[in-house]
Design a protein around this ligand. Structure first.
Ligand SMILES: NC(=O)c1ccc[n+]([C@@H]2O[C@H](COP(=O)([O-])OP(=O)(O)OC[C@H]3O[C@@H](n4cnc5c(N)ncnc54)[C@H](OP(=O)(O)O)[C@@H]3O)[C@@H](O)[C@H]2O)c1
Length: 253
């Protein structure tokens, strides 16, 4: 199943960002509740998060982390366009360039079109080393061009790690839509599962905590090479359900 390629003009993008923010503002639990849950889970404290690609998925998931008490730098090639988003999220949110987000962050959240990877790689060569990158991108042939074939051939997580040389890549938050993340976080009852995959154990643990802080239940699918299972076209893509239901689908039942 593929996401459609969408071209959005700047005014429509501004309205979409404002809409995503309105949904989040209406549906989020108070910060104190999130902070208590974070403390109970043994998290050492807030992580400085840099969002690269602050559109539908970056704005939505980044907003959930701000509400959970994490300082988030949302980046754009036009940071001034993010003013409505960051003003609406309050003092923990700010806007900047991609380079500023990389320099600021303990953890980066990558949410650009997959086709932006070669440019991001070149423009920030050397800056990725040691950074934990939660990669929410999906490779869509008609939008992303040749790099989508490369991801198809070699594996999407492996391909991201090749371009972001030295980064500790964890695939996360790519398996369902931004609207699902906006609507399903901190659900009453069993939380919705979010699959993650990576090769770096410590980075996986950080990713798992940030999945919890966003209001979901992490499920480790396996190493980075296994991330294709929950990318578009994989058997676990858009398998929305609880962790128990997701694990049952993982085991083929
Ligand atoms: N939307 C979903 O439901 C969803 C769900 C799961 C995964 N994904 C994946 O997440 C990624 C983002 O999707 P989206 O729907 O959130 O897209 P989007 O709303 O169009 O946002 C993408 C953002 O990426 C930034 N960007 C584009 N090219 C860039 C470049 N060369 N360098 C730096 N930033 C660049 C743009 O910001 P500026 O123009 O402001 O720089 C834009 O706001 C895609 O790979 C998509 O497949 C999307």
């Amino acid at each position: 199943m593929q996401e459609p390629a969408v071209v959005i003009d700047p005014e429509r993008r501004r309205m979409l960002r404002a809409g995503a923010l309105a949904i989040l503002t209406l549906s989020l639990p108070p910060l104190t509740a999130c902070a208590q849950r974070t403390a109970a889970a043994g998290n050492a404290g807030p992580a400085r998060i840099g969002v690269i690609g602050s559109g539908r998925i970056g704005g939505t998931v980044g907003g959930l982390w701000v509400k959970a008490g994490h300082p988030v730098l949302f980046s754009s090639r036009h940071p001034e366009s993010l003013k409505p988003l960051v003003d609406g999220l309050g003092p923990l949110a700010r806007a900047g360039t991609v380079a500023e987000a990389i320099a600021f962050a303990d953890v980066l959240f990558l949410a650009t079109p997959y086709g932006a990877l070669p440019q991001l790689s070149q423009e920030n060569a050397g800056a990725w080393s040691g950074k934990i990158v939660l990669d929410a991108t999906n490779a869509i042939a008609q939008r992303d061009g040749a790099i989508a074939d490369e991801a198809q051939r070699n594996g999407i997580g492996i391909t991201t790690a090749k371009y972001l040389r030295g980064a500790r890549v964890v695939r996360a938050f790519n398996f369902m839509g931004a609207t699902n993340f906006a609507n399903e976080h901190h659900r009453t009852g069993d939380l919705i599962a979010v699959p993650i995959a990576g090769d770096d154990e410590a980075a996986l643990q950080v990713a798992a905590q940030l999945v919890r802080d966003a209001g979901f239940e992490p499920v480790v699918v396996g190493p980075l090479a296994s991330a294709d299972k929950f990318a578009p076209g994989g058997p676990l893509f858009r398998q929305i359900g609880t962790a128990e239901e997701f694990r049952r689908k993982m085991s083929g039942n």
